[in-house]
Design a protein around this ligand. Sequence first.
Ligand code: ACO
Length: 402
Amino acid sequence: AIDISSLRASTGYITLDRGFKNTGSTSSSITFLDGEKGILRYRGYSIEDLAENASFLEVSYLLIYGELPDKTALESYKKEITYHTLIHEDIKNIIDGFPSNSHPMGVLCSLVSSLTAFYPESLDPNRSANEVDQTVKRLIAKMPTMAAWAYKNKVGHRANYPDNSLDYCSNFLKMMFAVPSEEYEVDPVIANALDKLLILHADHEQNCSTATVRVVGSSHASLYASISAGISALWGPLHGGANQAVIEMLEAIQADGGDVQKYMAKAKDKDDPFRLMGFGHRVYKNFDPRAKIIKKAADEVLAKLGIDDPILEIAKGLEEVALNDEYFIERKLYPNVDFYSGIIYRAIGIPTSMFTVMFALGRLPGWIAQWKEMRLQNEPIGRPRQVYTGEVKREFKTIEER
Ligand code: ACO
């Protein structure tokens, strides 16, 4: 392992690598990714095995603590998470203050940041490991509650309190969809599909939002503030916001007569800012392994729920055309995880504006694990350099002289 803290800043040459395309910012033992071969592993376990056999809470434990829990550890972890699901009533007042057309991602990152006010001890960068661990569990427990309440505010419904008799995803679904006048039973097909999606999104090494969490945390800002910054970074359409953008794009293609070739041409036209959302990835130059799992899961969920979604036909058509297109082949642009996740979210009734929030719920344990690792490695403050291209020294002119 490299002792990062011993590296000194150089005053001489600077490496210019816009977008950090080839620059490593850290060493990490959390997630292994081989973009050429399409391999993704959390703590050494393949994403395929985890998606097939583990629950999201088990995977979150694996990422944060480094090992899969045994039965006793999992039980006590679940108990602690369940203990913290409730949020302070004053947070409800904050939510009520947002206009009902607020995007839930904006509400979520504000609420996570507001937790620093409810738990001010989290601001102390020298807290013990046990104290930090309580913040970790609070976050895992409270994010679904805050996310569901942000949604309820958007639709103008009364918030539902957590139901601690349910598993992680079922509880979230009930908080999202139960209304006082009707009985609500969580469909296990939907809860399982959601659990799998959260696992697939749980970590992805030094992507934009994770790098943000680490850089913000490197100034010794609190975990809540760092995660809130990660949520903001995830929101953009080139990152997590792509899942919402994919469905909006597919709907636009459908409304425009379903001509996928027309949109392929637009995506290739360098004078047109349009890009095929859900295609391409900074590190995968092969099929995104998560996209393969999701594609299969999307077929299964739609079949089980008996949903015949014309949007899926457009997605399949687009994929077929793109996979055989010179421009896309040359640039190694394959469908990414977000190309299919939106189709499942849509099938299980999650509204489009909540898609990126679902991604944030999934990515949370990865952000936390990376933040912890950054602090344990005692990493220096993240502070990129630049190559200055502005004016050389100029004489100041008073306002009268200008
Ligand atoms: N549609 C059309 N052309 C594309 C696309 C696309 N979706 N993606 C990349 N290209 C082209 C670029 O125009 C560029 O072409 P050029 O070499 O002729 O200039 C080439 O492919 C390389 O693209 P870059 O933008 O340089 O690649 P980068 O690694 O910077 O970007 C990104 C990766 C942001 C994911 C990009 O592929 C993209 O915008 N995709 C659409 C948005 C999306 O789906 N984002 C989700 C990513 S996954 C995630 O965050 C979970």
